[in-house]
Design a protein around this ligand. Structure first.
Ligand code: UD1
Ligand code: CA
Length: 422
């Protein structure tokens, strides 16, 4: 007897995404620091399925490369003949599987694991042959509409917008595309799907009606539209980004980070921030950044490329930090660029400081020690190393390879040691 709880997940990711007008396969479009498909696969993985099959087609090579290392199988849909056909392409990868197949769409990235878990629990509790996740959309344009029997309100099927009558187009209940189907019903029902529709495609959305006609039980469950919206156009992407941003910021607020203005703050996913840190408005923190506790960040700061900011550090206005490590209590309070740099504990980086990391061909590092006093407007031409407790004068240009010794003071253009009066 197959376990009723056995789960396999098929993620549809073969489409081109014409409406996005991008060369990149749509599912690889970035959503807050990770391609859309990563969001879907993270939610899928959290459900601990027996298998995950990703159906690839357009840009298959790029999608597979991006997902290398994930425990997923790939199925190729060489020609994009529609979502029903895409699921059929996963048949071989699902050979021998007898439980519930959950179909997710690679361009519906924000669906949460808990929502899917509830959906699957309902599906099993109702002993349905198939269950569909639907939502009420404020603007249903572009989505398949949920058709119900007038009298009873019973679900009878899905109608794609292009095939819908004007009255059907006014329906605001939409299909999210997310579907749970018992494997034993799936393959024969899929073969029943035709392509007599406006797009000449095999629509997966015809599957529920076909099962109902065959006397099978099909159930629907509702979800919050914000987490099941599809990303088909730049406008959809912007809407999805705002939902994703809110979700990420909410996570940081809950862990004690003081994001003062969520609406103007951009924090990618995969950023860690310690409690007590204050994030001022108009700050952009890109993926991979790590910030310690009790820091002050912003306003108008940009942190990216895996910046690492130590506890109690301060990154002030119009400071960009890229691929740099700042020690505990280090400060760069105004107008600076720190790229490919290491800045030691307690060092003060003066206003207008620049690490000139790029020589036109390659990037080089600037290593600045602890308790250094970097004078306003200093330019470090990398690669260069500055010892602990050193001082640079305002406007100093420290040339490549002209390392500054521990406790040394340099000034001028190019910077030279300044003799200390004793
Ligand atoms: C689809 C649904 C629609 C639903 C909406 C929810 C169909 C026919 N329509 O419409 O009812 O309201 O999603 O967001 O299913 N794909 C393939 N192979 C194909 C075609 C598509 O893998 O041959 C993949 C795409 O990469 C995408 C997903 O399936 O991830 C959905 O395809 P898309 O063309 O975006 O369908 P919609 O028009 O959004
Ligand atoms: Ca879509």
């Amino acid at each position: 007897m197959p376990k009723r709880s056995a789960l396999a997940i098929v993620v549809l990711a073969a489409g081109k995404g014409e409406r996005m007008r991008s060369e990149l396969p749509k599912v690889l479009i970035d959503l807050l620091g990770a391609p859309m498909i990563d969001w879907v696969l993270d939610a899928a993985t959290d459900l601990s399925p027996e298998r995950i099959v990703v159906v690839v087609g357009h840009g298959a090579k790029a999608v597979k490369e991006r997902l290398a290392g994930r425990p997923v199988r790939f199925a190729l849909q060489a020609e994009q003949l529609g979502t029903g056909h895409a699921v059929l392409c996963a048949r071989r990868a699902l050979a021998g599987f007898t439980g519930t197949v959950l179909v997710l769409y690679g361009d519906v990235p924000l669906v949460r694991t808990e929502t899917l878990r509830d959906f699957l629990a309902n599906h099993r509790r109702r002993r349905a042959a198939a269950s569909l996740l639907f939502a009420e959309a404020p603007d249903p344009r572009g989505y398949g509409r949920i058709l119900r029997e007038e009298e009873t309100g019973r679900f009878v099927g899905i109608r794609e917008e292009r095939d819908a009558s004007p009255a059907q187009r006014r329906i605001r209940e939409i299909s999210t595309g997310i579907l749970a189907v018992e494997a034993k019903e799936l393959w024969s029902a899929l073969r029943g799907i035709g392509r007599e529709n406006a797009q000449g495609e095999y629509y997966l959305t015809d599957l529920p009606a076909l099962l109902l006609e065959g006397g099978r039980r099909v159930e629907v469950s509702g979800a919050d539209f914000a987490e099941v919206r599809g990303v088909n156009s730049p406008a959809d992407l912007a809407a999805a980004l705002s939902v994703a941003r809110e979700r990420v910021v909410a996570g940081h607020l809950a862990s004690g980070v003081r994001v003062l203005d969520a609406s103007s703050t951009w924090i990618d996913r995969d950023v860690t921030i310690g409690p007590g840190t204050v994030i001022h408005p108009f700050t952009v923190i890109r993926g991979g950044t790590r910030i310690g506790r009790d820091c002050e960040i912003g306003p108008f700061a940009t942190l990216r490329g895996g910046a690492e900011i130590g506890d109690e550090a301060c990154i002030g206005n119009f400071v960009e930090v890229k691929k740099s490590v700042l020690g505990r209590g280090a400060k760069a309070k105004h107008l600076a660029y720190l790229g490919d740099a290491t800045v030691g504990e307690g060092t003060n980086v003066g206003c207008g400081t620049i690490t000139a990391n790029y020589d036109g061909k390659r990037k080089h590092r600037t290593i600045i020690g602890r308790e250094v006093h970097v004078g306003s407007g200093t330019i470090f031409v990398a690669p260069v190393t500055v010892g602990d407790h050193a001082v640079t004068g305002a406007g100093a240009v420290v040339l490549r390879g002209r390392d500054v010794g521990r406790g040394e003071t340099v000034a001028g253009v190019p910077a030279r040691p300044v003799r200390r009066e004793r």
